[in-house]
Ligand binder design. Sequence first.
Ligand code: BJW
Length: 258
Amino acid sequence: MSDKNEWGDLPTALSQLLNRRFEHIVVFSGAGMSADSGIPTFRSGSNGLWGEFDPQQLATPDAWQRDKETVWGWYEWRRGHVMAATPNPGHVAVARLQREFGAQVVTQNVDDLHERAGVQGALHLHGSLFAARCDRCGARATLNAPPPEAQRRLAPTTCAVCGKGSIRPGVVWFGEQLDDEVVNAAAQRIADCDLLLIVGTSGVVYPAAGMVRLAPEDAVIVEINPQPGDVAARVDFRWQTTAAAGLPAVAARLAARH
Ligand code: BJW
């Protein structure tokens, strides 16, 4: 059952769950958050030129060691794709939740669409497409505009600092450790929340997926996903809808309550 009203098609049970004042809202987002902006998710969606590759095979240190040009070409294509995309109504709603209620964001995404919607201080558990660094000395590198046409293979530049390493994507690959400071700050946010919105994640990649378990027992936990994933936490309400449809309705509902 849903209430068709000023906050859209919000299911009645969810509307009731949100009928209280929340002081510490956390949005925990995954690739589905950006799907409505045309960014392919990690485990579904079209990877264009790279359609025949399994992203899980490209996002590894082994793939980088084996074939830097294919991996760099893939990441530069993705960076260009993200730069051409715009935040969707879901990102805009998260920015509203931050502006009006101080919501904080913990994301697994490597795009910058939360920021471009106006969110500040998002914690990126898996790094960023825009924070390239040397694979040898770790020095940060400034990236030029990605090539206008997708390049199947693209040679990474040589590090200007050490002159030996190659510039690699500033993301966390399988088998690599997440940044401790980012993980600790994210854990603190989730442990302090009273409303956790888990949006667009399959919940299969650890340790990120397990962090939602840190939410306090009395926090309200809502999942927004058209095909609910394997989220590791107790969930009070699973809303099978998209980020672009669900988050604006949630923000409007909270605004009506406060
Ligand atoms: C919509 C929608 C719409 C669609 N609206 N929703 C414990 C158990 C088993 C394995 C492990 C474990 N602990 C660690 C591991 C190993 C591994 C792992 O988890 N493997 C599993 C796959 C089995 N983890 C790691 O290797 C991590 N490192 C680590 O553990 O280090 C330990 C270590 C210790 C000491 C020394 C050294 C190491 C690192 C994980 C890094 C993950 N990196 C990636 C790539 C980032 C760069 C890149 O983008 O290329 O991060 S993998 C990829 O998955 C990416 C994502 O952030 C991440 C999560 O995916 P996400 O966001 O959930 O996306 P999808 O595609 O899976 O799901 C999309 C969802 O959206 C779906 O549910 C749709 O239904 C939904 N959706 N449209 C809303 N419109």
